[in-house]
Design a protein around this ligand. Structure first.
Ligand code: SF4
Ligand code: SF4
Length: 345
């Protein structure tokens, strides 16, 4: 199988996006050189990583409760894992050892936060699928940040895709993700993972730990109280349906104006950001000024620029929106044309 055939297979199995990164490049550019998340640490024989993306259905971001997104996240992940498994299986049957990485893995030895053995965001960018947003999610031109990614590590040498050099994220002048963040976790092309976890992993690992510690240390009355607390219910629900343990906060995904899914179904719903405050707006403006002044910004240092898009923002979202509106107008006129005979009769 060559790269084209692998991509056709992935699409035929239902992948929304697919790209290929060379293991050599991923080994040469670890997200954080101090804590390398590279294929060579998993398997020396891996030559290529096939990156598959599945979109999160946009209706979830129109729901009143975040639980809808959390449940959809789980279904998307299950479906994506099946697609990836079938690709790995097909490659092995052709004689190329291949396996799928865990998309939502956390290895506690990496910085004691939610980092896996590989960073799927970085893999996706190296496979040419998108670039970093201000909140360091991967933004794809097609679906913005509303996707999940996984990787198939294979011994087969495949033609890799080119990394994008144009920044997909509108950047500091947009800052909508920053405005929407309930815990103020969005930094300047960076994220405070612990703050994000307060909303995004309400019943994640840290909450479980704290709950059980409180239980162990408590007296009989406190133990009884702990057992009846909302935390225990949250942990039970997390075990049962994953709801509550990751991806709880949909806000920065919902408000990001990148992608035709946003133009089609979210732009009116998400136009107003209730969480926006003068302080957040001022922070976005300060980010913009700092970049203009050429200040030292961690998220935009020489190493990280590779994933932000070294050529900067060149109007990709505006171009896409114009094209989308043109197509919408065309569809509307075609439908009108189709309806006219019925009207006459
Ligand atoms: S909301 Fe705006 S600033 Fe944030 S990631 Fe999306 S395009 Fe970038
Ligand atoms: S997931 Fe929620 S808490 Fe985390 S950065 Fe996005 S908006 Fe903020």
């Amino acid at each position: 199988m060559d790269a084209q055939q692998v991509k056709e297979l992935a699409k035929s199995l239902g992948a929304d996006l697919v790209g290929i990164a060379s293991a050599k490049t991923l080994n040469a550019f670890p997200p954080d050189p101090l804590w390398p998340q590279t294929p060579e640490l998993i398997s020396k024989s891996c030559k290529s990583v096939i990156v598959v993306a599945s979109r999160i259905p946009v209706a979830a971001f129109r729901a009143k409760s975040g639980v809808v997104v959390q449940y959809m996240d789980m279904l998307v992940l299950r479906r994506m894992d099946k697609i990836a498994y079938r690709i790995a299986d097909a490659l092995e049957k052709e004689g190329h050892p291949s396996f799928v990485t865990a998309a939502q893995e956390t290895d506690w030895d990496f910085k004691h936060a939610s980092y896996g053995r590989l960073s799927t965001r970085h893999m996706g960018i190296e496979a040419g699928l998108g670039t970093f947003g201000l909140e360091v999610n991967i933004l794809t031109p097609e679906f913005g940040p509303r996707i999940y990614l996984t990787g198939i590590l294979t011994d087969l040498e495949l033609e890799p895709d080119r990394i994008m050099t144009e920044q997909v994220c509108i950047g500091e002048s947009c800052s909508r993700c920053l405005h929407s963040c309930p815990t103020d976790a969005v930094k300047h092309f960076g994220i405070d993972k612990r703050k994000c976890a307060e909303a995004a992993q309400e019943f994640g690992f840290m909450t479980s730990l704290a709950t059980w510690e409180r239980f162990i240390d408590g007296d009989t009355e406190q133990k009884k109280e702990a057992i009846r607390s909302r935390d225990i219910y949250g942990l039970w629900q997390g075990l049962l349906r994953v709801v509550g343990s990751f991806g709880d906060c949909p806000r920065c995904l919902a408000v990001c104006p990148v992608g035709n899914d946003y133009h089609a179904h979210l732009s009116s719903e998400q136009k107003v950001i209730p969480e926006k405050t003068p302080e957040k707006v001022a922070r976005g403006k300060a980010f913009k000024q700092a970049r203009k002044d050429g200040d030292e910004i961690d998220g935009l240092n020489q190493w990280n620029r590779r994933w932000v898009g070294p050529d900067g923002y060149q109007g990709m979202v505006a171009r896409q929106m114009q094209e989308f509106k043109k197509q919408q107008a065309q569809r509307a006129s075609e439908n009108k044309f189709k309806r006219e005979p019925e009207d006459i009769s």
